[in-house]
Design a binder for this molecule. Structure first.
Ligand code: ADP
Length: 450
């Protein structure tokens, strides 16, 4: 009969591919029970939408089944969405774990469609989800869900969101009515968001999806600063990539220190109605390239799909109306990636106890002054060799893939951009741009206490 310690030791080989750590050190393994040759335990993931749940289950099972004296292994996959509720903001958002802003450089790229289907997909995995439509120019969520809202105040004085399809919904449209032209601008818009963030009874939510107005100007920046956003998703089409619109979105979130969870491409491919094969509507693979250049995750492609448009018009999201439609399948995969990236942000955020007070690029690398008075100097090549990105480290085994010989001796750091409040994205002179160095990692590399 194995001991609990042996079971945990065996499970250390199971690596979460996004968090790049083993499931034991991440404290995912719970309720280990050993009864003779039978072992059972829970693996508590950070999201019910985890796309690699079954792989992890299989690996955890096999790791323990390989122990001497074990004949039966039961693995229960559970989840607890991590996040940072904001009790300091009052009761409205006090129990909201994650706020996801969905943004686009301009209108008509499918931002609202993506925001709605993201909310629905997350909800369908078992998470509690709200959707806040602050698209002042065209609040389309009520139409897409065929909801009309009679807003009421709860006993606590907070406005109750409208429930539709299991989601809690709040929209400018409920206030303005579908036919009222919305002429609110700038200050009005951010006041609305403050109202929504402070005056709505969201209750306990795993995810609150925020459908921002299109664009990357002052209005969007003000709104982004009015709510504690966990991470942002940028929606783009291949044409906008050519125009550099999504790059402006990246700059905006960098400015307000909101981590970008990634970019999703909408309407870039089309499933051929005859053979089912995927056809690229425009040449090139622009969105992936923008992601690579900027070191942000590529969250996938949602195909141009008549059923996605029909779903919007019919008041029933495509994920509910035709769950096997090509766009519905893509929306589910995309939502899984968003949830994964949120977990990465939350774990990094919870492990950040010290932040830099100053970062300086030098000819030889990077110098950091820390908020606890510590000071660290990092050689460019050492940093490059320690790159934690999926290209340099195997996401399943945690083993280094980067060959030291392939990194030039005179490599330099060309740019260091903040990522949320937990790290830096470094661009090196050898063209490598995908490494996000958490402050925890930088301190670890310098031998400082994290
Ligand atoms: P935005 O919020 O960016 O202005 P919308 O979500 O309102 O854009 O979408 C604009 C139009 O494009 C809508 O008619 C919508 O149904 C349609 N649409 C969005 N995404 C897709 C898609 N993947 N396939 C087909 N039509 C889409």
């Amino acid at each position: 009969m194995p001991s609990e310690k042996e079971v945990l030791e065996a499970l250390r080989v199971v690596i979460d591919p996004d968090l790049r750590r083993d499931i034991v050190s991440l404290d995912f393994v719970k309720n280990v029970k050993i009864d003779g040759e039978k072992v059972s335990f829970d693996v508590e993931l950070t999201t019910p939408a985890c796309p690699v749940k079954e792989q992890l289950r299989g690996q955890a099972h096999d790791a323990v089944a390989g122990l001497a004296g074990v004949s039966d292994v039961q693995v229960r996959m559970t989840s607890r969405v991590r996040g940072r509720p904001s009790p300091e903001l009052g009761k409205s958002l006090a129990e909201v774990r994650n706020i996801i802003a969905v943004a686009s450089g301009k209108g008509g790229v499918g931002k609202s469609t993506v925001a709605l289907n993201l909310a629905v997909a997350l909800h369908r995995t078992g998470a509690s989800v709200g959707l806040m439509d602050v698209d002042i120019y065209g609040p389309s969520i009520p139409t897409m869900l065929a909801t009309v809202g009679e807003l009421v105040q709860g006993p606590d004085g907070l406005i109750q969101p409208i429930e539709a399809g299991g989601l809690k919904i709040m929209s400018m449209g409920f206030l303005a009515g579908p036919d009222t032209p919305v002429v609110w601008r700038g200050p009005m818009a951010s006041k609305m968001v403050q109202q929504f963030s402070a005056g709505v009874g969201w209750g306990a939510l795993d995810y609150l999806v925020l459908d921002l107005p299109p664009g990357t100007g002052d209005i969007q920046i003000t709104i982004t600063q009015s709510a504690p956003i966990t991470g942002a998703v940028i929606v783009t089409t291949p044409q906008d990539v050519a125009l550099g619109v999504s790059a402006r979105g990246l700059k905006m979130f960098e400015q307000v220190q909101v981590p970008v969870l990634g970019i999703v491409e909408n309407m870039g491919v089309m499933a051929c109605p005859h053979c089912g094969e995927s056809i690229r509507v425009f040449p090139g693979d622009g969105v992936e390239e923008v992601c690579r250049r900027n070191g942000v995750p590529f969250l996938g492609t949602i195909p141009l799909d008549p059923m996605a448009a029909e779903g919007g018009d019919a008041g029933l999201p495509v994920l509910v109306r035709t769950p096997e439609a090509p766009s519905a399948v893509a929306f589910r995969e995309f939502a899984g990636r968003v949830a994964q990236q949120l977990s990465v942000v939350n774990v990094a955020d919870s492990e950040t106890s010290h932040r830099p007070s100053k970062v300086e690029l030098t000819e030889t690398g990077l110098i950091v002054d820390w908020d606890d008075g510590a000071h660290s100097e990092h050689g460019a090549r050492d940093l490059r060799l320690a790159c934690p990105c999926a290209g340099c480290i195997d996401e399943w085994s945690g083993e280094k893939k980067l060959e030291a010989d392939s990194v030039p001796a005179d490599v330099s750091v060309e740019n260091a951009a903040p990522v949320g409040r937990y790290g830096l994205s470094l661009a090196f002179s050898d063209g490598h741009t995908t490494g996000i160095y958490t402050f925890r990692l930088l301190r670890e590399l310098a031998g400082l206490k994290s």
